[in-house]
Design a protein around this ligand. Structure first.
Ligand code: PLP
Length: 400
């Protein structure tokens, strides 16, 4: 018998751990190469939308487990994972739009979704228009035979107006237009994207829900991932096909980290909601601040629509509009003076964050308040449990 070298001994080691192991965490299965038992198995045609183990890119047992759990969180039946929230947005738009089509976006849409429409989609001959998420009649007037996809976001980014979700979805349903909701804010917890108001409009919901797993599902500020969920197998097949064209894959260490975060997601959501609510109320009473945008506050734009869909969850984000006279320099000084807040993007991680925004460059239809009411500068933050104790520090340290 020829002696095998130590490398071969390791690679072809015969020991197999016995079956019967069980534990709370999901085992991490990593692979680029997936092994077939024999060539007959290699030649077998693969299942169209089921799980088939042929290569690491589409998924491993760990990925499929996370996808199933996200589908449950989202009240959906199918889910595909993508390498970031932005890539999940791109996946949806590229799956359902072709040259000559038009996509409608809310004016408070997440910045990268606007960027995609202005850039890559325009290059492909796909046009877009922005709508006011609070004005259903104006939105209805924009729907045409070319409208092939409508993006919704509840609540919208930065200015946090809660859209008239019921009215917008009804208008799309009546015209048979496909709807995709960026559900990062609600995370599947604030409301059910596929049935947004069961008491008043049974069965009314988005066709597709995407979310950045980077935010609440991870909760660690340590990874990027996205998910696209549906209840419709035909839509899911389109998404899977485009997913394959784009060569999207996710790293199993990151998948493991999200799986670890999911059991505590509802607890974290509630705790961050409570902290943000307290800070938003405190901020609303500050003399420098013209108004605080937080869907659960009665004078926040879209508050009635928030009540109709998500009367419990206020979310962990709020924005403060500073009074006229507080220019960029003073708002920056306010942010710089905060002691317990990091300055940086993203949210729902362990650290509270604050960022100054110039909204004049990020909106097409103007702002939901007048210049006399508030300057164009705005600060958005995410509240963690810790932030509660920080409100007192703000009071002492804020110099704006
Ligand atoms: C963060 C975010 C995204 C993008 O997620 P990434 O993982 O950072 O690419 C998309 N939509 C919303 C509403 C977000 O907040």
């Amino acid at each position: 018998m020829t002696r095998r070298g130590p490398s071969t001994d390791q690679i072809h080691h015969p020991f197999r751990a016995p079956d019967g192991w069980d534990a709370v965490p999901v085992p991490v299965a990593k692979a680029s190469t997936v092994l077939f038992k024999n060539t007959a198995e290699l030649h077998r045609p693969r299942a169209r939308d089921g799980i088939s183990y042929r290569y690491g890119l589409p998924g491993t047992p760990t990925t499929y487990t996370l996808a199933a759990r996200i589908a449950t969180l989202e009240h959906a039946s199918h889910c595909v994972l993508t390498p970031s929230g932005v890539s999940a947005i791109t996946l949806v738009s590229l799956s359902f739009l072709k040259p000559g089509d038009e996509v409608l976006l809310p004016d408070n849409v997440y910045g990268q979704n606007r960027h995609l429409a202005n850039g890559l989609l325009a290059r492909l001959g796909i046009t877009h228009r922005f709508y006011d998420p609070l004005d259903v009649p104006a939105f209805e007037a924009m729907l045409s035979a070319r409208t092939k996809l409508v993006w919704l976001e509840a609540t919208g980014s930065i200015t946090l107006e809660f859209p008239d979700l019921i009215g917008l979805l009804q208008a799309c349903r009546a015209r048979g237009v496909l709807t995709a909701l960026d559900n990062t804010w609600g995370a599947g917890l604030a409301f059910n994207a596929f049935e947004v108001a069961p008491a008043v409009a049974p069965g009314l919901g988005a066709d597709i829900s995407m979310q950045a797993l980077t935010k609440f599902p991870s909760g660690g500020a340590d990874l990027l991932m996205g998910a696209v969920c549906t209840r419709d197998v035909a839509l899911h097949r389109e998404l899977v096909a485009t997913h394959e064209y784009l060569g999207y894959g996710v790293g199993q260490n990151d998948v493991e980290a999200v799986l670890r975060g999911l059991p505590s997601i509802a607890l974290r959501y509630r705790a961050q909601d409570a902290a943000a609510r307290e800070l938003a109320q405190w901020m609303a009473a500050r003399p420098e601040v013209a108004r605080v945008l937080y869907p659960a506050l009665p004078d926040s734009p879209g508050h009635v629509h928030w009540r109709a869909v998500s009367p419990e969850a206020g979310g962990c984000l709020f924005s403060a509009v500073f009074r006229p006279g507080f220019d960029a320099r003073r708002v920056d000084a306010f942010v710089d003076a905060l002691t317990c807040f990091g300055i940086g993007y993203s949210w729902a991680g362990p650290m509270s964050l604050a960022v100054p925004y110039d909204l004049s460059r990020s909106r097409s239809l103007g702002l939901p308040w007048t210049a006399e009411e508030g300057a164009r500068w705005c600060v958005s933050r995410s509240g963690s449990r810790r932030s509660r104790t920080c409100a007192r520090t703000w009071r002492r340290r804020s110099t704006c």
